[in-house]
Design a protein around this ligand. Sequence first.
Ligand SMILES: Cc1cc2nc3c(=O)[nH]c(=O)nc-3n(C[C@H](O)[C@H](O)[C@H](O)COP(=O)(O)OP(=O)(O)OC[C@H]3O[C@@H](n4cnc5c(N)ncnc54)[C@H](O)[C@@H]3O)c2cc1C
Length: 502
Amino acid sequence: MLYDARNLTPDWFAERSWDLAICGAGPAGISLARRVAGQGFRVLLLEGGGTAPHFESQVFYEGESVGREYFGLDETRLRALGGSSNHWNGWCRPLDARDFRPRPDHPLSGWPIDRDALDPYAAETERILDLGPEPDPVPSPVEGRLEGFHPVAFRWSTPVTRFNAKYVEELRASQEIDLVIRASALEALPNERGDAVRRIRLAHPEDEWRAEARARAFVLCLGGLENPRFLLNSRGAHQEGLGNDRDQVGRYFNEHPHFHVGEAVLRRPFAHMRFVSPDDDLLLGEGVLNFAMRFISLLPARHDGSVGRSRLARAVCNSEAEWSMRLAEALRGGRELDCRDVRLQIVTEQELNPDSRVTLAENRDPFGQRRLRLDWRLADRDLHTIRRGARLVAEALAHSDLGRARLDPWVLDEGAPLPGLDEDEVAGHHQMCTTRMSANPAEGVVDADCRVHGFENLYLGGSSVFATGGHANPTYTIVQLALRLGDHLADRLSDPARLPLP
Ligand SMILES: Cc1cc2nc3c(=O)[nH]c(=O)nc-3n(C[C@H](O)[C@H](O)[C@H](O)COP(=O)(O)OP(=O)(O)OC[C@H]3O[C@@H](n4cnc5c(N)ncnc54)[C@H](O)[C@@H]3O)c2cc1C
């Protein structure tokens, strides 16, 4: 059923209880609610916004950004049913298997689960995200032929899945799910022992009322920035916030730095967009983190797929002399080479830096909750990955004689500042790792089951639980994790003794 909190009273909540209460109805919350309800359990799904984005709801997302220049915090997310899927671009790819493994030179890296734990959820994730067909298997000029690199594939949600439009009628008709819109979760109220959550306190923006919702288990699916903010604002029993005895909540904020690093001319015709990523040996040998280089077609080719010599001549070769000479020779010989222009865009993983973090600002939202303060930082390793990664691709293009690259001056000059938001995309709107998954409670916030360390019945969903960020867009993995969490919860909920109503 779908309820609007405007038409409910605190008594309505007091008179009921649910097996599971989920806060936040974006891709994570909706996927999770459907999975658990599909196994016969009663679910309360609390959504702070309405059925469509509205300024009145966005105002709760305002906050301070005090680190690297970042998108406006009320612009990079949407606070309405369906969450940020209301404006996502539909790029999808699972994380690499290597993203889950610890790397000796990347402190804290590694997940307490392997990718195998998520693979069984791939098919259902692809149905939920309406993924288009597998990419065109026709090899491009770079795929599989660039020394030290392998091709990586993306798929696109087609037509791009908006979770509100896709699921609102199903949720309205559901007998197991009670979706309450305009019901903002404010804080979690723990029991006296401080090892379980008893209730979620919630509010409606237009009225003065506060209500409390009871359930056997609780999951926060508020997004990569709001999950830590909610925990830090839950100060009833713990001054430092819930699940934060080891000062881990909000740390390790990761994005996917996105930078256009230059242009290249390829010898062979090229279709739209292709991606490569470094092989393990190169990654470890060069001390770079995981990344993908996007080859984005710049210009339509001539009808035969070639472009003229003048364009080739303009490309400043970033390679060793021998290769430059071969190119010059080809040009002198007057041969028209098959080639096309591409832009090179690098998308990288970030180091797990505890100082790149989310904390609480002093000022407050209209409910009186402290707002978000984001301090996004790029570590030396991140800068090295961006610059060295770009050079490695440029060098490999020349060595493989597949083309020539011209890198932008800031890539080659280590002292130069990185482009800002006026000049480039900078990041991907992917907010990750702020309540990361860890086997050791001293290194993260949730365990391998997404359960907050030290809590019986409090779980988190979404990209805040990513232990590392990899380079792939996060929503595919978010949905996989939600489905896996759904099965875990259904298993625990099936035994009332294991998860009693607190
Ligand atoms: C411009 C843009 C383009 C993107 N493109 C891509 C892409 O191509 N591929 C990709 O993988 N990802 C992309 N993303 C990221 C993608 O949108 C997110 O990964 C995804 O939406 C996260 O899902 P979520 O459910 O974890 O969080 P969200 O989508 O943020 O959902 C959180 C939900 O919680 C609700 N909520 C928040 N606070 C409260 C509260 N206090 N009480 C109750 N409810 C609350 C919100 O209203 C929302 O419904 C893009 C993002 C943006 C902004």
